[in-house]
Design a protein around this ligand. Structure first.
Ligand SMILES: Cc1ncc(COP(=O)(O)O)c(C=O)c1O
Length: 357
């Protein structure tokens, strides 16, 4: 539990909500009226401040600009038909936020500040959330090293912020499906590295290979393991699930793969529906063979931003493979089951929803 008195709250004088296109918000284009800022100095977290969203001033020597000491989270709030706001498994994001902090040598953020800030922000800015299917509020907590000293060592001062953006589709191709390129040269992460946490640098490093793939007509990359490029790992900023025959197969999470909240939720829902689920390393070769034999039925990406996106085809070493159109595909069924819980339309039998009071 948090204490509202621990927070300094400054409300915006005039809401900017009329400047936002809430019908068609895109993704990350508009930001709500308020944000959290909480600094770490002299070995402790200072008073968390909720204040009007706006630019921040940082010293050019701040470590974040030089050494990329930064981590972030991505989570969503949903509004049900009655106008009530729900967060989806926020404790998972909180735990991962601090796991990322530890790996990047940053101080862990107190749980009561994280949840207190979310409660206050959701209450102040709930008008920004649209209750229709597909709409949600994307919540982006992040932490950066702000000590100003150009020396490659962990900062002594940090800032945690939480900003919120009304969103709809992440990919414009979401309704038609994505084309993905199986990567056999570049890597997103490596054993012993930081792929299992949400360090900002992981994403910056992925832009170049993703741009090359885009030039070839693909919207995303399926990353393979950095040592051999023989095993499927993730798809862009999503975990990836293959349906071969009637079994859903996905790689186990490890030091190179992010332990996605959507992935584990979808796997749970799949089991609940009675689908066969196999969590094990999956070789590129196995997928190619299944494709040849007509056994490869679906591939989809799962993640908070895009929820679940089917892939229509994939490229590998200069060849393109179109996926078949199957009857009653598993992907959309699982997406619906997940969204029914997120929008509070179905029984929350796994206790995933967090109520904003
Ligand atoms: C690399 C990577 N993999 C997978 C995911 C999906 O994780 P989640 O379902 O928790 O959003 C994300 C997004 O956070 C990601 O950045």
């Amino acid at each position: 539990m948090y204490n509202k008195d621990d927070f300094s709250i400054t409300k915006i004088e005039q809401s900017k909500i009329n400047e936002a296109n809430l019908e068609n918000p895109g993704f990350g284009k508009f930001y709500t009226d308020h944000m959290l800022i909480c600094d770490y100095r002299d070995g402790k977290w200072q008073t968390p401040e909720i204040k009007p969203y706006g630019p921040m001033q940082l010293d050019p020597a701040s470590k974040i600009f030089h050494y990329g000491q930064s981590i972030f989270e991505g989570m969503k709030a949903f509004k049900d038909e009655k106008g009530k706001v729900w967060l989806f498994r926020p404790e998972q994001n909180f735990q991962r936020f601090n796991k990322s902090c530890v790996r990047m040598c940053m101080p862990e953020f107190p749980e009561e500040y994280f949840f207190g800030a979310l409660d206050i922000l959701m209450n102040l800015d709930k008008d920004w959330i649209t209750s229709k299917d597909g709409y949600s509020l994307y919540i982006r907590p992040f932490a950066i090293g702000i000590e100003n000293q150009v020396a490659a060592a962990p900062a002594t001062e940090y800032r945690v912020c939480i900003i919120c953006s009304p969103v709809k589709a992440y990919y414009t191709e979401e309704s038609t499906g994505l084309k993905v390129l199986i990567q056999d040269r570049f890597s997103r992460s490596a054993e012993g590295g930081v792929g299992f946490v949400k360090a900002g640098g992981n994403y910056g490093a992925s832009f170049y290979p993703t741009e090359l793939a885009r030039k070839e007509g693909y919207q995303q990359i399926i990353w393979t393991d950095s040592a051999t490029h023989q095993y499927m790992e993730e798809a862009g900023t999503m975990n990836v699930i293959f349906r071969i025959g009637d079994t859903l197969i996905t790689a186990p999470t490890n030091e190179r793969i992010l332990d996605g909240v959507t992935r584990k939720s979808i796997l749970k829902l799949a089991e609940d529906k009675g689908f066969d689920v196999d969590v094990r390393p999956i070789k590129v070769e196995e997928v190619l063979n299944a494709e040849k034999q007509g056994e490869l039925k679906e591939i989809f990406g799962v993640g908070t931003a895009a929820t679940l996106v089917p892939f229509v085809g994939f490229g590998y070493k200069g060849e393109y493979f179109e996926l078949p159109k199957v009857e009653n595909p598993y992907g959309p069924q699982l997406k619906k089951a997940l969204q029914d819980i997120q929008y509070n339309r179905a029984e929350d039998k796994f206790n995933w929803l967090y109520e904003i009071k």
